[in-house]
Write a protein that binds this ligand. Structure first.
Ligand code: IMP
Ligand code: MG
Length: 173
């Protein structure tokens, strides 16, 4: 597999985002809300680059399953366990693709009346966007390639790769 982003490049981007968040929320606390399972590595590394009082929560939404295309519907499989009201919520996502997932989640969580609601995504594929949503913190903009590693999967595999790799057409069946 072709390495698109090395572990060193990822670490640099994660540190940069951590510094931005530390700066933007100076003197306040943040609630890091990770979207399982893809964002688990990003959240755990990002959290250690944020020098603020921080809490974690996790949600899970229905993923692509074994397909590479989004069905367009989003289903909440695991909801938040902590109140978001008056919290500085930072939704932590692995990748912003069509934007359908984040559009749904943003609308839903804004009804919880957080103090702030920001989106941090490690990867962004702007060319794939269907719904108009932008992240507040982005690691990398990438071309329209299906990528795996560092939490990202294809049919639940490859999440444990330390680098982000482009999945070849060989595996597209
Ligand atoms: P969206 O709703 O189309 O923005 O989809 C976002 C979700 O699709 C991400 O959280 C990933 O789970 C999945 N996804 C999109 N592109 C990729 C990719 O290149 N590799 C792995 N998962 C992807
Ligand atoms: Mg995901």
């Amino acid at each position: 597999m072709e390495v698109l982003l090395s572990r060193e490049q990822i670490a640099e981007a994660v540190a940069r985002i951590g510094q931005q968040i530390t700066h933007d929320f100076a003197g306040e606390s943040v609630l890091l809300l990770g979207v399982l399972k893809g964002a688990c590595m990003f959240l755990s590394d990002l959290a250690r680059q944020i020098e603020l009082d921080a809490t974690f929560d996790f949600i899970a939404v229905r993923s692509y399953g074994n397909k590479k295309e989004s069905g367009g519907e989003v289903q909440m499989i695991k909801d938040v366990t902590m109140p978001l009201r008056d919290q500085n919520v930072i939704l932590v996502e692995d990748i912003l693709d069509t934007g359908l997932t984040l559009t749904y989640l943003r609308k839903l969580f804004l009804t919880h009346q957080p103090r702030a609601f920001k989106i941090a995504t490690l990867l962004d594929k702007p060319s794939r966007r269907v719904a108009p949503v932008q992240a507040d913190y982005t690691g990398f903009q990438i071309p329209d390639k299906f990528v795996v590693g560092y939490g990202l999967d294809f049919a639940e595999r490859y999440r444990n790769l330390p680098d982000i790799c482009a999945l070849g057409d060989v595996d597209l069946k």
